[in-house]
Design a protein around this ligand. Sequence first.
Ligand code: SAH
Length: 245
Amino acid sequence: MPSRIFVNSENSWQSGEGILLSKDQKHYLQKVLRLRDSDPIEVVNKTTKQVFLANLVDTQSSASLLSEIKTPTTPGKLNLIFAFCKSDKNEIIIEKCTELGVDNFIIYQAKHSIAQLNENKIERLEKIAEAASCQSKRNSIPRILTAKNQSELKELMTEFANTESLSLIASLEAIKVPVPNNLINYPTMNVAVGPEGDFTSEEYQLFQELGFLPISLGQNILRAETAAIASIAYLNIQKSQCLAE
Ligand code: SAH
């Protein structure tokens, strides 16, 4: 199966067009994937989300579009709100949860977050999200948004958590509810996971006010990254099973 790359383009693509590739992409195709001219590749238009089968040309500095690949789009959005963790944990969460189908990551600077959010760290996470999207053959790269405090989180949540969405929080507090089994009914699903030191009771209260339902991820206490991956894997599988029925 050909490898997939994402390309910035303002315009809609047609078969027969040539697409210029960046230096980094050329390097990746040549040195990492060891591809040569006329080898097949899949290119995704970041703007229009079109996916094309293409051939590499001009010593891999461009791709010639052959035919459009029509891929089914999964309905609904899956969003993960997670507390900013120590560096490699954020990377694990972004990589694995991109593979598992998250559409929007909202990284929250929680009271108990050990590390401090900054632009450089986000840029690195964006690169990881793009690489994981190529690897898992997604048609789009998830967005990474940040909330530096509770009021920014509240503001962002007005876009994501509304009456049409199902919002869940992985909770270590005493009161929990069962995860609803009719996930297909919700066009948007949000799940929030706390930091290594857990959410404070004030933060749990805020999520409750935003309409998040507290759920358990099992009897054992999971690390933050395990909790994020486990909850997203669960929702992704449930959603695909609802769709298959
Ligand atoms: N240091 C804390 C654990 C924090 S775990 C302690 O030892 O108590 C980090 C986050 O993962 C939590 O904030 C929660 O959102 C989630 N989490 C971990 N295990 C969980 C479980 N069994 N059920 C629900 N959420 C869980």
